[in-house]
Write a protein that binds this ligand. Structure first.
Ligand SMILES: [Cu+2]
Length: 484
């Protein structure tokens, strides 16, 4: 099961891949599967595609207590850039993968069959699952093999996602398509008057490099000029003139996003990684790093029928187009939905932390946490089941020179098994950006956060890591054993 040798062998077999172009990175932590761009990127034609909504996967069988699904991981062809065919790695032939709709209290069982030529491991990001079902980096599914994962769904409603986690391979696997949504519902959230059904729409946003022959090339983010939403390059989406709930995912392997509407319009944030905020907050920009989710309600009735508004990335490089997608507003539609002033019960006060720990994340000269790259046989943290800990995370990489791409100076700290609360950012109390239950927190160059989490609900082996996937693939990851 713990298949370290196979994973490393697969990486070696990947062969002629150039090292990370940031030449300052040395040693074994350089990501192995980071290819150089070989051909020009395809021209960018914004708004040529209608935005699809990922299809919802039907279970192969259901009981009141459980739903069983089956997915084949396999290569498929898809049109990302208009007129070009790209080969992608998929769950079930879909790019991104099909959406799994789960209900609190009802187990989800997924039989994952690996028909790819690389090792895989399926991690439910944000899911609180026993260690054997967490998709640990060495707990891989070899080509031709299969594995059944069981997710208890004992946590509250939240926008989760499942994606690849095979060590050294996760960045390329996720980038090439191995990611899909896992939307967990509960009866409390369903009782709220939020926009729902066709007005509850996920936006899976990620960059890409599609070359002139259609090749989807995994390479450094500054060479990835395409921006995809739900698998299509800069699409348009027809909306009614009413309120929508948008579940925004940053699924970029290695890039932060600074999302805003081109007209600067305000929107309402209602949820984050771990589900609903206690209270909605007004925002005009979302800074999101890989793995983070933000849910917002946007009222398109502020625009007249026939109007359009572009969602843009203020974090695009000067050479890149800022557009992410365009909303085309149609007719006014009856809308009884609204955002309540109280969204979720106040959380219980945090128990007194018993342990404080410090972590330093570094990109140069190697991708490390506290100076070390991941070793699955080394226990970095032993946490007591049920204990509350406070972790101080520091990004010790220095800000880039103005005008230089700084994507690899950012870190996105992610814990498996449990959510955390951000207590402080850069020594000040956490603001709206860090509100609510989080499982992934963004750190710009030189930034620090203090976070508090209670370890559980399961004992066992887990990991914490940077969710800039080039970094975790390079070993920016640690092992935490939760002991009873
Ligand atoms: Cu990192």
């Amino acid at each position: 099961m713990l298949n370290r040798r196979t994973a490393l062998k697969t990486v070696a077999a990947a062969g002629a891949v150039a090292l990370f172009p940031w030449e300052r990175i040395t040693g074994s932590s350089a990501p192995k599967a980071y290819a150089s761009a070989t051909a020009d990127p395809a021209p960018i034609i914004p708004f040529a595609h209608a935005m699809p909504v990922p299809k919802v996967l039907a279970p192969v069988s259901s009981t009141p207590a459980s739903q069983t699904y089956e997915l084949r991981m396999r290569e498929a062809q898809t049109e990302i850039v208009k007129g070009l065919t790209s080969t992608v790695r998929t769950y079930g032939g879909c790019f991104p993968g099909p959406t799994i709709r789960a209900a609190q209290g009802r187990e989800v069982v997924i039989r994952q069959i690996n028909q790819l030529s690389v090792d895989t491991a399926v991690h439910l990001h944000g899911g609180h699952v026993p260690s054997a079902h967490d998709g640990l980096p060495m707990d891989t599914i070899a080509p031709g093999a299969e594995r059944t994962y069981r997710y208890p769904n004992e946590q509250r409603a939240a926008s989760l996602w499942y994606h690849d986690h095979a060590h050294h391979l996760e960045a390329e696997n996720v980038y090439l398509g191995l990611h899909g949504l896992y939307l967990l519902y509960d009866s409390y959230e369903r009782s709220l008057p939020l926009p729902s059904g066709a007005y509850d729409v996920p936006l899976v946003i990620r960059d890409a490099r599609v070359e002139v022959d259609g090749t989807l090339r995994y390479t450094r983010p500054s060479d990835c000029p395409h921006m995809l939403v739900n698998g299509k390059e800069r699409p348009y989406f027809k909306v009614a003139a009413r309120k929508y709930r948008l579940r925004v995912y940053n699924a970029c392997a290695n890039r932060y996003l600074k999302l805003r509407f081109a007209d600067g319009a305000e929107f309402t944030q209602i949820a984050t990684d771990g589900g609903l905020l206690e209270r909605p907050v007004k925002r005009t920009e979302l800074v999101m790093l890989g793995g983070e989710r933000v849910e917002i309600v946007v009222d398109f009735s502020r625009y007249g029928p026939g109007a359009s508004v572009v969602l843009e990335n203020a974090g695009a490089q000067p050479s890149e187009r800022p557009e992410v997608m365009r909303f085309d507003v149609g007719a006014v539609t009856a809308d009884q939905s609204y955002v309540p002033t109280l969204l979720a019960p106040e959380p219980d006060p945090l128990p007194s932390p018993t342990v404080q720990r410090d972590f330093e994340l570094r990109t140069f000269p190697a991708m490390t946490i506290n100076g070390l790259t991941y070793d699955p046989d080394r226990v970095d943290v032993t946490a007591r089941l049920g204990a509350t800990e406070v972790w101080t995370i520091r990004n010790v990489d220095v800000p880039a020179e103005p005008g230089k791409p700084d994507f690899h100076l950012w870190h996105s700290f992610h814990t498996h098994l449990t959510y955390f609360r951000v207590l402080e950012r850069n020594g000040a109390p956490a603001g709206v950006r860090d509100a609510g239950l989080k499982d992934t927190v963004a750190l710009g160059p030189g930034e620090s956060v203090r976070i508090a989490m209670t370890w559980g609900p399961y004992p066992g082996q887990y990991v914490y890591h940077c969710h800039q996937l080039g970094h975790s693939s390079g070993g920016q990851m640690g092992r935490v054993d939760v002991v009873a």
